[in-house]
Design a binder for this molecule. Sequence first.
Ligand code: NAD
Ligand code: DAU
Length: 337
Amino acid sequence: MRRLLVTGGAGFIGSNFVRMVLSEQPGCLVVNLDKLTYAGNLANLAEFLNHPNHKFVKGDICDGGLIEKIIGEHKTDTIVNFAAESHVDRSITEPKVFIDTNITGTLNLLEAARDKKLERFIQISTDEVYGALGPQGKFTEKTPLTPNSPYSASKAAADHLVKAFGHTWGVKYNITRCSNNYGPYQFPEKLIPLMINNALNDKELPVYGDGLYVRDWLYVYDHCTAVWKVLTEAPPGEVYNIGGCNEKTNLEVINLILDRLGKPQSLIKHVTDRPGHDRRYAIDANRIMTELDWRPSVSFEEGISRTIDWYLQSENWLGNVVSGDYQKYYESMYSER
Ligand code: NAD
Ligand code: DAU
């Protein structure tokens, strides 16, 4: 029986991963350590909170003593580190917490993995560590790390630490670098859920700059299956890109959402651009496809329909998430753009 310590399991991707593991891997224990920041939400896992193979611990990955205690108590053999500050715009206004959680937090987890001789350490990284692309080419695992935002710089620093712990102390690790995810339970600060929520409320859709920035979108369940493949089948010390082979400009994504919701294009408002905005990301996912036989299973058109249906059916979840602090965040981020 695999015994996982999953960090950040109450966030968007982490909760989708915990749901997948508990639903599809009956022999697997999941200890879920999450600080429950603004982005962490136990409602994401409401139906699994009393599951016999799921133990939730509220806590911080910056607390090294707590991590050692959890590993000792639950005899976990693997860490899957989803916990992070994840939003680029917030890293531009308040970078410090990104350094604390994404770098110091990862360091603490690595020290525990080394000292407790864990079987595997899986670092959930991002394609943003590679920087930005022009109109041609894709990121491969050999592309040098040249991050541009405080968020991606903190994730790249964490990747370097993971490799250094492998090289210096033999920590058995894998790093995954995925492109943009979308799907159920995503916090509406990110492009797709923010645009769905605004369109549903007939509010303006704030498009940064010309809206021709390109992202490579992957349905969140497909990211989770890729992480599971790496966790169970990859040799240690290897890095895998994960992507949807699905490049879209932001305007293409937004127009598809408006179309599916039957809302007018007049809701679109071009606003001041993100400072240092990366123009294009595109992933070469050949390695994970050929070596681990992984494929995305959900097309973008299908994934967007499922996502919109989920937000339409999850009025209570969305209502709770966008009340209170979210209004203040929205005001501070968008009122003067
Ligand atoms: P998210 O912001 O939705 O969730 C992050 C979770 O981490 C939250 O539950 C939060 O409470 C928790 N957390 C934050 N600081 C913590 C701390 N100090 N200790 C314990 N828990 C803490 O993020 P997400 O979009 O689900 O991203 C998850 C991971 O995947 C991140 O590492 C991110 O860099 C990476 N990633 C995200 C995407 C994407 O498109 N969202 C793509 C590639 C990689
Ligand atoms: O590529 C993987 C990364 O994708 C992850 O590592 C990050 O955690 C995740 O947040 C995401 O980063 P992006 O910056 O690409 O995602 P975001 O949803 O913030 O923005 C997507 C694009 O949409 C980007 O070009 C900026 C633009 N945008 C975003 C928002 C929130 C807008 O035009 N308007 C907006 O209001």
